[in-house]
Design a binder for this molecule. Structure first.
Ligand code: SF4
Ligand code: SF4
Length: 132
């Protein structure tokens, strides 16, 4: 986890429908596919976690807590570090605490992304999904 998210009301977990989406890794599909929907991109489909009508994640409870915290998707774990349209690692401006992240933490998260050994096509598709 990059940040201490206490005192944040879970901003990244409740964004408008066309804003930030949690994209599932291929290896997360087995457990989470039924809670997601497929988005087509010009590089192929990716699955994003479903949201409630108000834009919040289906796993967010009324107290702004994640009900699957231990098993939350990888993207939730490394947020706010995301991959943008140019396939570059960036910090999402959606998060109010990005100034608190150290270079070392960013490097560790980049390493975590790289350890996933994701296919180029998946990364291309992922990076077309809005991030903030
Ligand atoms: S799975 Fe949990 S951490 Fe991820 S967006 Fe949903 S509520 Fe937030
Ligand atoms: S917006 Fe940032 S500080 Fe708030 S819950 Fe998400 S990652 Fe944590």
């Amino acid at each position: 986890m990059l940040l201490d998210c206490t005192k944040c009301d879970g901003r990244c977990c409740k964004t408008p429908i066309n804003n930030f989406n949690v994209v599932l890794l291929p290896q997360e599909m087995k457990n989470l596919k039924k809670f997601s929907k497929k988005l087509k991109t010009r590089y192929g489909g990716v699955y994003i976690l479903n949201k409630k009508e108000d834009g919040s994640c289906i796993f967010l409870d009324n107290m702004h807590r994640c009900t699957i915290y231990k098993d939350r998707p990888f993207e939730c774990k490394v947020f706010p570090l995301v991959i943008d349209y140019e396939r570059t690692f960036v910090l999402s401006k959606l998060c109010p605490k990005i100034k608190n992240i150290t270079k070392k933490e960013i490097c560790n998260s980049i390493k975590e992304w790289k350890n996933k050994q994701l296919s180029t096509n998946w990364i291309k598709a992922y990076s077309t999904i809005p991030i903030n």
